[in-house]
Ligand binder design. Structure first.
Ligand SMILES: Nc1ncnc2c1ncn2[C@@H]1O[C@H](COP(=O)(O)OP(=O)(O)O)[C@@H](O)[C@H]1O
Ligand SMILES: [Mg+2]
Length: 263
C-alpha cells in the first residue's frame, strides 16, 4: 500500500531513442498527487514521447516509471490505465458510429465488477451494475456539457464536442492522473476556454493533470510546475514565474521574454 504522501508519477533516467534520434534523454520527474504539471518545449522536443513512454504506449530504451509507488515501466497501456494513469486522446471516440453515451458507457465498463456468469445469465447483480454504469456515463457526459447529445453518433459531433467526449471517455475509468497532450489543438477560443474550465474543475477534485500545450498563457495560468524540454533534455523545471525568467528557457524556446506577455 502507498500512503497519501507518495508521488503520483515519477520517472528516473527515462530515455527513448528512435532510429538514432534521442527523443527523450535521461528524464527525471516527480509529480505529486494533485499537481498540475505543464510540459513545454519546441516541436520535436520530446513532449509526446514522454507521454507515450509514461503511459506504456512506447517502451523506453532506459529508465523507470513509477506510479503511486509501483514500478509500471513498460506495463501495457490498459494496465496502466486501470491503475489510474489515463491519457486523453485528441480523436477519441472508440466507436464513431455509436452514440456519444454508448462511447462513454463502453469506457465505463472497465470498472464493471460483474463476471461472465452474471453477463450470460443477466443476474440481478449484473442489472444493478449495468444501471450504475449507465448513471455514471450519463453523469460524465453531463459534466462535459454533452448531456443533450447522448444519442448522437460520435462522428457527427463537432471538433470541440468530440474533444469534450474524449474527456468524458478519459474520465470514465476514474483516473487519479490525467495526461493531456495539446487538448486545445484545433479548438476555437470559446471551446478552449470551456475545456480549460473543465480541466480546472477536474483538478479541484484532486486529480493530477499533466498538460502539454502550445498556448503559453494557458500553461502558465493553469500549472503549479512547468518542465521545459529541448531536444529530449529537461533544460528547466520550476514554477511558472521561475520558468518565465529562466535564461536558458528564454534562449532556447521563448525567443524573447515578451512572448509570454502577449495575450
Ligand atoms: N514514432 C516515432 N518514430 C520515429 N521518431 C519519432 C517517433 N515519435 C517521435 N519521434 C521523434 O522524436 C522526437 C520527439 O518527438 P515528439 O515527442 O513528438 O515531440 P513533441 O511532442 O515535443 O513535439 C522528434 O525528433 C520526432 O521526430
Ligand atoms: Mg507532441
Amino acid at each position: 500500500m502507498t500512503g497519501p504522501v507518495s508521488d503520483a508519477v515519477s520517472t528516473q533516467g527515462l530515455t527513448k531513442v528512435y532510429r538514432g534520434t534521442v527523443a527523450l534523454s535521461d528524464l527525471d520527474l516527480t509529480i505529486r498527487q494533485g499537481d498540475a504539471f505543464g510540459f513545454i518545449g519546441p516541436n520535436g522536443a520530446g513532449k509526446s514521447t514522454a507521454f507515450n513512454v509514461v503511459t506504456g504506449f512506447q517502451p523506453p530504451n532506459a529508465g523507470r516509471v513509477h506510479f503511486e509507488g509501483a514500478d509500471i515501466t513498460a506495463e501495457p497501456p490498459y494496465r496502466i490505465a486501470e491503475r489510474g494513469l489515463v491519457r486523453m486522446f485528441q480523436r477519441t471516440s472508440l466507436f464513431p458510429e455509436a452514440g456519444a453515451l454508448d462511447n462513454v458507457l463502453t469506457a465505463c465498463h472497465r470498472l464493471a465488477r460483474t463476471g461472465l456468469r452474471d453477463v450470460l445469465f443477466m443476474t440481478r447483480s449484473h442489472r444493478v451494475e449495468e444501471h450504475r454504469l449507465e448513471e455514471r456515463a450519463r453523469a460524465l457526459l453531463a459534466f462535459v456539457g454533452l448531456g443533450h447529445k447522448g444519442d448522437e453518433p460520435a462522428r457527427s459531433l463537432s471538433c470541440g464536442e468530440q474533444r469534450l467526449l474524449g474527456l468524458a471517455i478519459a474520465l470514465a475509468p476514474a483516473p487519479s492522473v490525467l495526461l493531456l497532450d495539446e487538448p486545445a489543438a484545433g479548438l476555437n477560443a470559446v471551446e478552449t476556454e470551456r475545456l480549460m474550465r473543465l480541466i480546472e474543475g477536474i483538478r479541484a477534485q484532486g486529480l493530477s493533470v499533466l498538460l502539454v500545450e502550445h498556448d503559453m498563457k494557458l500553461v502558465m495560468g493553469m500549472c503549479d510546475r512547468v518542465v521545459v524540454l529541448n531536444y529530449g533534455v529537461k533544460i528547466a523545471e520550476g514554477t511558472p514565474a521561475e520558468i518565465q525568467r529562466h535564461p536558458e528557457v528564454i534562449r532556447a524556446y521563448l525567443g524573447s521574454g515578451d512572448a509570454l506577455a502577449r495575450p
